[in-house]
Design a binder for this molecule. Structure first.
Ligand SMILES: *Cc1c(COP(=O)(O)O)cnc(C)c1O
Length: 430
C-alpha cells in the first residue's frame, strides 16, 4: 500500500504542530509507522490522501455510531448551519437534547452541555466537591477522564502509552487530592476511605475503555455504591465513551447500580464537539447560575453541535435494537479473530459491550490496568501495521477500545477475520 502522501503530510505537520497531531494518540507512536492522513469518510470506510480505502474500526474514537456521513445527521447539521453557527444565547435545540438525555437516564433529572468529555468530567468533579464540601477524589488506575490536572494521574490510553502518567506541568499540589485505587479491587477502595475522611467523589468508567476494554464486575460496582453511601461520597459514572455505545440507558441499566452524577460525550454529539454532565435535581441545583458552583462556556450548547447530537440520539432511540445488532457483529468479529489467532498458537482475550470491542494478546484474563500491561505490545504493533496494510484501520494503541458502526457490514467483518488469519500466519512465520 502506497502512503507517500501521508508520509509527506506528516513531515510537514510536524514542523508546525507538536508531533504533527492535535491529540497524542493519533501520532502512532506506540505502534511505529506514520499516521494516515484522512481525506474523507464514507459509511464504514475511511479514505486517505493517497487514495487508499480502509474499514474503519476507530469511528473517530467512538462518536460515529452511524458511521461517516450519516444522511440524517448530515442533513440536521446543514439545516442548523443555515440558521447561524453560534449565538451565545439559549436555543430550543438545547432543551430538546436535554429532554432526550433526561428521558434515557434514570439518574439524570437535569443536564448541562459543554464542548468536550474533558470539560464534562472536570465540571462534574467541581460540582461533586461543591455539593459535598470535600476536597479528595478517588480514581482508578487505567481509567481516563480527560486531561484536566487533577485527573491526569495514572490515566490509561494516551497517557499510558506515553509512559508519563502524571504529566509535567501539573503541580503536585493539584493532584494531592487525587487518591488512586485499583479497578475491580474493592479492598483498594476501602483503603482510600481508610486514608481519607474527606472524599467528595469516586469517579469510574463503569465500562473502562481506555486501558483496552475492561468492564467492571457487577458485584464490584455494587460494593462501590455501598461504600460511597456509607461515607456520604458521590459516585460518578464517566460514560463519555460507553454512553449510547454499550446500552441506550447507561451502565446503570445493565448493572443495577445508580450513579449520583453521569458524564457523557462522544456519541452524544454525533461527531460534533459535545460533552455533558447530569445528576438528580438536588445536585444540579448547586450549579451556577442556580447555585454557587461556577461553570461556563462560550460555545456550550452550540446549536450545530446540538442538532447533530439530537439527530443521532433520536435515530438511536427509534431503533433501540441497533445496539444488540451491533453487538452480535462485534462478538463475531472478536471471536473470529480469536479463532484465527488460536490456529497460529496466539492467545487472545476478547470482550464486547454493545458496539464496543476489545482484544488483548494475553494468556490471562484482564481485570485491571496491571493485567493489561502484561499484554504483548510487540505483537500488537505487528498486528496493527499488517492489518493497516491490508486496509483495516484499528486503533493505534493496545490500550484503546475498538468501535463498529451501523455502516460496518457483516461482509466487512468477515473480510477482517480473513485478513487477520493471513496476518497471524505471516507474523507466526516470522
Ligand atoms: C474520551 C474520554 C474522555 C475525554 O473526552 P474528550 O472529548 O476527549 O475530552 C473522558 N472520559 C472518558 C471515559 C473518555 O473515553
Amino acid at each position: 500500500m502506497n502512503t507517500e502522501a501521508s508520509k509527506k503530510a506528516f513531515a510537514e505537520a510536524q514542523e508546525l504542530i507538536p508531533g504533527g497531531v492535535d491529540s497524542p494518540v493519533r501520532a502512532f507512536s506506540s505502534v511505529g509507522g506514520t499516521p494516515i492522513f484522512i481525506s474523507e469518510g464514507e459509511g464504514g470506510y475511511l479514505k486517505d490522501i493517497d487514495g487508499n480505502k480502509y474499514v474503519d474500526f476507530v469511528q473517530s474514537w467512538g462518536p460515529l455510531i452511524f458511521g461517516h456521513r450519516d444522511e440524517t445527521i448530515e442533513a440536521a447539521v446543514i439545516d442548523a448551519v443555515k440558521h447561524g453557527l453560534s449565538f451565545g444565547a439559549p436555543t430550543l435545540a438545547e432543551t430538546e437534547l436535554a429532554k432526550m438525555v433526561v428521558d434515557l437516564f434514570d439518574s439524570i433529572d437535569k443536564v448541562r452541555f459543554v464542548s468536550s468529555g474533558t470539560e464534562a468530567v472536570m465540571s462534574a468533579i467541581r460540582l461533586a466537591r461543591g455539593f459535598t464540601g470535600r476536597d479528595d477524589i478517588v480514581k482508578f488506575t487505567g481509567c481516563y477522564h480527560g486531561h484536566s490536572d487533577a485527573l491526569l494521574v495514572q490515566a490509561g490510553s494516551g497517557a499510558a502509552t506515553f509512559g508519563n502518567p502524571s504529566s509535567p506541568g501539573v503541580p503536585a499540589d493539584f493532584t494531592k487530592h487525587t487518591l488512586l485505587a485499583e479497578y475491580n479491587n474493592i479492598e483498594s477502595v476501602k483503603q482510600c476511605f481508610a486514608d481519607s475522611n474527606d472524599i467528595a467523589c469516586v469517579i469510574i468508567e463503569p465500562i473502562a475503555g481506555n486501558m483496552g476494554l475492561v468492564p467492571a464486575d457487577k458485584e464490584f460496582l455494587h460494593e462501590l455504591r455501598e461504600l460511597c453511601d456509607a461515607n456520604g461520597t458521590l459516585l460518578i459514572f464517566d460514560e463519555v465513551m460507553s454512553g449510547f455505545r454499550a446500552t441506550l440507558h447507561g451502565a446503570e441499566s445493565i448493572t443495577g447500580v445508580k450513579p449520583d452524577i453521569v458524564t457523557l460525550g462522544k456519541v452524544i454529539g454525533g461527531g460534533m464537539p459535545v460533552g455533558a454532565f447530569g445528576a438528580r435535581r438536588e445536585i444540579m441545583a448547586k450549579l451556577s447560575p442556580e447555585g454557587p458552583v461556577y461553570q461556563a462556556g462560550t460555545l456550550s450548547g452550540n446549536p450545530v453541535a446540538m442538532a447533530a447530537g439530537y439527530a443521532a440520539l433520536t435515530k438511536l432511540k427509534a431503533n433501540a435494537k441497533i445496539i444488540d445488532v451491533l453487538n452480535a457483529r462485534a462478538v463475531r468479529l472478536v471471536e473470529g479473530m480469536k479463532e484465527a489467532a488460536a490456529k497460529e498458537g496466539i492467545a487472545m482475550q476478547v470482550d464486547t459491550r454493545g458496539s464496543m470491542f476489545g482484544f488483548f494478546f494475553n494468556e490471562n484474563p484482564v481485570k485491571n490496568f496491571k493485567d493489561a500491561t502484561q499484554s504483548d505490545a510487540e505483537l500488537f504493533a505487528k498486528f496493527h501495521a499488517a492489518m493497516l496494510d491490508e486496509g483495516f484501520y484499528f486503533a493505534c494503541s493496545l490500550y484503546e477500545t475498538g468501535f463498529i458502526s451501523t455502516a460496518t457490514t457483516d461482509a466487512m467483518i468477515e473480510d477482517t477475520i480473513e485478513a487477520s488469519q493471513r496476518v497471524f500466519k505471516a507474523i507466526k512465520n516470522g
